[in-house]
Design a protein around this ligand. Sequence first.
Ligand SMILES: *Cc1c(COP(=O)(O)O)cnc(C)c1O
Length: 397
Amino acid sequence: MYGKMKNHLAEELQNIEAAGLYKRERIITSPQKANITVEGREGKVLNFCANNYLGLSDHPRLIEAAKKAMDERGYGMSSVRFICGTQDIHKELEKAISNYFHTEDTILYAACFDANGGVFEPMFTEEDAIISDSLNHASIIDGVRLCKAKRYRYANADMADLERCLQEAQAQRFRIVVTDGVFSMDGNVAPMDQICALAEKYDALVMVDECHSAGVVGQTGRGVSEQFDCYGKIDIYTGTLGKAFGGAIGGFTTGRKEIIELLRQRSRPYLFSNSIPPAVVGASLEVFEMLAESNELHDQLVENVQYFRTKMIEAGFDIKPTQSAICAVMLYDAKLSQDFAAKMIEEGIYVTGFYYPVVPKDQARIRVQLSAGHNREDLDQAIAAFIKVGKELKVIK
Ligand SMILES: *Cc1c(COP(=O)(O)O)cnc(C)c1O
């Protein structure tokens, strides 16, 4: 039976390769952090492509807390939450997340992919409308597909287009506007103040996916509600424990209590998938403890972003404006972005080049992700490498 399928798959794989879209994984042989070692390369590489925004991936306090939780609560939960997969620490973590976002209640998932996959279907039917930003994450797109609501799509952060969708969707029973907080390719922040104002005008709920924004944007990194002062106006937040908040695994939905209560009853990835393990819960509790104690990590991140951007602009690079920790160094040409990234790794700097179809045609770029874990020398080394390669490839003078 497999013979025909095997040939078909081999052909598909060849097509992926021929289109230059084949993804090869680099093997890291150290903990995830600013300085990593990778297979096939001597010495350290500086990592500028992890979502390790607060530098917590290898933080000793988290490792200690994970070990302690494992000692006290064991290794695995062997259950979904509602049968016998809820420990006291799972409830504590949900409370800590609600405190952080100033929300009423929180529900944990195995990943934010699941949070987004399980949020729409329990709440919305064919009578309703979901109005989604065109650059929203794949997991939002999939979540919307799993529900029968009417779909509307507006151009990225385009408020006139959102307003058009809201007007068209007035016939539906309920409407919800859904957006990423920070968009991962440009690093732009969704204009939440304007989105909330339009939602109010046209009687819609608001949902934001805070995966790249929580821990990063806002005066103390509390995310988009802090940045735009729209506390109380956002009904649903989804987020991940796999980026700024330690980088392990786990996701959550936080917001209005009736919504969270309904999700506990009806959300399929919650009802039919395992509980997150005690070690991750314990370490995540420590993350929120640390962020409550001090703003040091977030301040460091902001300082690093500002330093990097200023130096890169001074050097003549074309950088997309951003208020997040994602910095898009625009090269426009697809091949140039790949050559540039390859030369950067030779210089010991690990960055990724993105081009069509991941970003629009002629919008190829190098994406740099900054972290509180980078020190000044790391940043200077990366900037020096950008300048060297930029001159070699005639991107800058
Ligand atoms: C990373 C990401 C996700 C998925 O999060 P996981 O917890 O890794 O599943 C969802 N939405 C956005 C916007 C993301 O950036």
